[in-house]
Design a protein around this ligand. Structure first.
Ligand SMILES: Cc1cc2nc3c(=O)[nH]c(=O)nc-3n(C[C@H](O)[C@H](O)[C@H](O)COP(=O)(O)OP(=O)(O)OC[C@H]3O[C@@H](n4cnc5c(N)ncnc54)[C@H](O)[C@@H]3O)c2cc1C
Length: 329
């Protein structure tokens, strides 16, 4: 098997956390298979980003530069990556299940005549044949499937927060500069304007205070907001999230939903209030470092995964907690 590649993405000119997670995934798979792992940085004048990526210790960073790769054009990026795969013949290519990954990976898979599995939650190698086992939700999240495909390169898009982000290493990657043979015919879409949207990025929170169907009134979420702001002083970025029934009732926007069909989070602390612990919710928060559950039902599933559990009515416990935190600050 030859090299494992991953596509690097940036945000405001800096490496995106999703790419650090892919580096971890690629690094672990490469170690298991005894092959190299490399990050691919695409754009025009992306030297600083390639230097940043090189600090994470994969064998190589490919710096794929061309004036047509400035900004993001899925046609140009797919053409450049097709050219790169022609040069390197990689065994695997990992993408984030992001706007960029979802735009580029299917185009590339088609051009390379291989199979792509999107929205994966986990990856492992089948020791019998060395193929990638791709775990992903199917039937709208009602089941989880393990899939294998024989096409090369083996291609996936990964959900964020499924690997721990890679830390900087003492050894730096070798940076290899390349200029793909592409031309204007690769540009299929004309970007007219970019409109940015305000989105709650729950996965950036240090602490998530999440409410579920056990919260009786929409107004009671003010208690969770009060707990979040009392914790902000000591814990930094604290956000309020929720389970799906809360979104279904239109009490909160979908970007606050944690779970299989919402956001996957791994904060330092996750406080589940009035959430029973259905599997579709657990998938979204089980990687939290500490889980605190507040629930009236001592047999609920959330207590089975919690580090700390309080059998209590949130209407009594949460205001008392807020009072205590305010007294201490
Ligand atoms: C395809 C599919 C995808 C899904 N995706 C998601 C997803 O992404 N995220 C998600 O969350 N769900 C998802 N679901 C829904 C999921 O199956 C559960 O229905 C949902 O997570 C239950 O939410 P809950 O725990 O808030 O509600 P419940 O299961 O109704 O639990 C409410 C809890 O509140 C407790 N409670 C009640 N009153 C109080 C009180 N006064 N004080 C303290 N505790 C109290 C109860 O004891 C109970 O444990 C999905 C379902 C399907 C079929």
């Amino acid at each position: 098997m030859s090299e494992i590649l991953l596509l690097v993405e940036s945000k405001d000119g800096a490496l995106d956390k999703k790419s650090l997670e892919l580096m971890r995934g690629a690094g672990e798979l490469a170690k298991e298979l005894g092959v190299g792992a490399a990050a691919v940085v695409v754009g025009d004048q992306v030297g600083p980003l390639a230097e940043e990526a090189a600090a994470f210790g994969l064998q190589k960073v490919y710096r794929l530069e061309h004036p047509l790769l400035k900004g993001f054009d899925s046609g140009a990026w797919a053409a450049a990556l097709q050219w790169l795969c022609g040069q390197l013949n990689p065994g695997m290519f990992l993408f984030s299940h992001s706007f960029v990954g979802k735009e580029v990976a299917p185009r590339l898979a088609y051009r390379l005549d291989t199979e792509l599995t999107t929205d994966c939650l986990a990856l492992k190698i089948d020791p019998a044949d060395g193929l990638l086992i791709r775990t992903k939700p199917i039937y709208g999240g009602n089941a989880i499937a393990d899939l294998k495909c024989a096409g090369v390169p083996q291609m996936v898009t990964m959900r964020k927060n499924c690997f721990e982000p890679m830390e900087q290493q003492s050894t730096r990657s070798e940076i290899v500069g390349m200029s793909p043979a592409i031309d204007e015919s690769a540009l299929k879409v004309k970007l007219l304007k970019t409109v940015s949207e305000e989105v709650v990025e729950l996965d950036k929170a240090n602490v998530v205070v999440a409410g579920g169907r056990g919260i009786e009134d929409k107004e009671d979420f003010a208690m969770l907001e009060a707990l979040a702001s009392a914790m902000c002083k000591t814990h930094g970025n604290v956000m309020v999230g929720c389970s799906r029934p809360v979104v279904d009732k239109a009490w909160m926007s979908a970007d606050r939903q944690v779970g299989l069909t919402g956001t996957i989070v791994s904060p330092d602390t996750y406080i589940a209030i009035g959430i029973s612990g259905a599997i579709q919710h657990l998938v979204g928060m089980i990687r939290s470092k500490k889980i605190v559950a507040i629930n009236t039902d001592k047999g609920c599933n959330m207590f089975k995964v919690a580090d700390y559990g309080v059998v209590a009515d949130y209407r009594e416990l949460v205001p008392a907690l807020v009072k205590k935190l305010e007294e201490q600050s």
